[in-house]
Design a protein around this ligand. Structure first.
Ligand code: CUA
Length: 199
């Protein structure tokens, strides 16, 4: 191996005695990757900070707590308080309990073009809450109340599957959200709102 050959071309591909790459080459490569990853992380942090400040894009981070053993006895998640309720300011608040292996209630009706607040809690293990075809997606962790704000433009039925493995019946755990027009919602009875007994 000539000295000229050693100086030209890719250092990592040059034939070496015993096939061993010299330490300074390894250190150089590792340093390069260290700074590449650091730069990538820096860009990610900047993007998260800028979108949070300018577009209010925050991960769901409600931090209200609740005793998971007393969910059904609690005032907020008692049986008569589940489903859709219209607040004085016009917001639709929907309350669900996630449990092995169903959401209670199984289906709720909501008005379109209305601010919606979903409030969920778990009575046992961790479940996942998402509404198909929307950006609604969060975990339901026992001991905490998950809250997601959204609104629906298009009336229709939206599937609401559990997306966190929660036990043997996980695959069958799903509920539905039925969105009806803003005008027809007040005409529904409380039972129709809770059980999707419309159409
Ligand atoms: Cu609940 Cu999977």
């Amino acid at each position: 191996m000539s000295a000229a050959n050693e100086e030209s071309g890719n250092n990592l591909q040059r034939p070496l005695a015993g096939g061993i790459i010299p330490e300074q080459e390894v250190v150089k490569t590792e340093r390069r990757w260290f700074w590449t990853v650091r730069a990538a992380l820096g860009i990610i942090v900047v993007v998260i900070t800028v979108t949070a400040a300018t577009n209010h894009l925050h991960p769901p981070s409600n931090s209200q707590t609740i005793d998971p053993a007393l969910v059904y006895q609690s005032r907020e998640f008692s049986e008569t308080n589940l489903g859709t309720a219209i607040e004085p300011d016009g917001t639709a608040v929907v309350r669900f309990i996630a449990q092995q292996y169903s959401f209670v209630p199984h289906c709720v009706t909501l008005p379109a073009d209305t601010p919606v607040v979903f409030r969920l809690t778990s009575a046992d293990v961790i479940h996942g809450f998402l509404v198909a075809d929307t950006n609604i997606n969060t975990m339901v962790v026992p001991g905490y109340i998950s809250e997601v704000r959204s609104s629906f433009k298009t009336p229709g039925d939206y599937v609401m599957p559990c997306h966190e493995f929660c036990g043997i019946g996980h695959a069958g755990m799903a509920a539905r959200v039925r969105v009806v027009s803003r005008e027809s919602f007040p005409l529904l009875s409380a039972t129709e709102r809770l059980r999707c007994a419309t159409k």
